[in-house]
Design a protein. Structure first.
Length: 295
């Protein structure tokens, strides 16, 4: 089998701010179809590109990759055909469908950096753009449209065209919306926004934590610190990183699988039955009555 190089594909996904998990086989014991160095990319909808093993292995990798996308944490996954005790630093999974070998696969989630849009060309706006990137943010000037995956909108135009970006960010449900202004002027601007009171209450003005900031750079630092302090560590409601994190149990072999994406399933009345691979699906369809509610 010709090994597929996924580096260009991974770079393209990062450039497009698409979350994914890079899965790489780091160890394999015969008999296995996968070899160390084999790799795959798992997208947030469960789609898998590349090769890290047979169908049952792929099903296990898909499930744990979606979990890694949700948590944001890397995982060393050990998949074995027979039950094993837990091992420090590894997630050990018993996969009864394996042909006899054991594989270890490193799952590394690649999540886009939090995106902050900045409206205005003031010194504070310039300082935000300059300081945000070294701190791990993706900074982008406001161009008239709110990015749906943005972590926040900071309006630092000092009285010029403030209403449009504030209203757009509030209506888009961005978790952080701030106006750089004095308390008095900011209150007047916010009270005049054509949105309901609940939306107005979400605007942070004066923007930033109270650190006694004086310079534009210090104000920018206080704003970025406020974003960090309030940023959720997992996918926020309404903007999930994964389409679905539900799981199901293959009634034939007892394996836990991701319920969705490319996982095989069968509709049986009002019951959706999920399978690790075509072998278990075929066995189930031959005699559904033998598996009324699971293994």
């Amino acid at each position: 089998m010709i090994r597929q190089d996924l580096s260009e594909r991974a770079a393209a996904l990062r450039g497009s701010r698409v979350p994914f998990v890079h899965a790489r086989v780091v160890w394999a014991a015969r008999p296995t179809s996968a070899k160390p160095g084999d790799e795959a990319i798992v997208l947030a909808d469960g789609t898998m590109e590349g090769f890290v093993g047979g169908e049952c292995t792929e099903t296990t990798v898909r499930q744990h990759s979606l979990e890694a996308l949700f948590s944001g944490e890397s995982v060393l996954l050990r998949i074995t055909p027979t039950p094993e005790p837990g091992q420090e630093g590894k997630r050990v999974v018993h996969n009864p469908c394996l042909s006899g070998g054991t594989v270890e696969i490193f799952l590394e989630p690649s999540l886009p950096p939090p995106l902050v849009q900045v409206a205005g060309d003031s010194p504070t706006a310039a300082a935000l753009m300059a300081l945000g990137r070294p701190l791990g943010f993706a900074m982008e000037p406001w161009q008239g449209e709110v990015r749906p995956d943005a972590a926040g909108m900071v309006v630092a135009s000092h009285g010029k065209d403030e209403r449009a970006p504030l209203v757009a960010a509030l209506e888009a449900g961005l978790p952080y919306v701030a106006l750089v202004a004095s308390r008095k002027r900011g209150g007047a601007v916010v009270s005049a926004l054509p949105v309901d009171e609940e939306h107005r209450a979400r605007v942070r003005s004066p923007a930033g934590l109270d650190i006694g900031a004086g310079t534009a750079e210090e104000v920018a630092l206080s704003i970025l610190a406020e974003i960090v302090a309030g940023r959720p560590r997992q996918a926020r409601a309404g903007h999930p990183l994964v389409v679905d994190l539900c799981t199901g149990t293959d009634p034939v072999c007892g394996m836990t699988v991701a319920a969705g994406g490319e996982t095989l399933y069968t509709e049986l009345g009002d019951r959706t039955v999920w399978f690790c691979g075509p072998g278990c699906q075929k066995a189930f369809l031959a005699d559904p009555g033998a598996y009324p509610s699971g293994p």
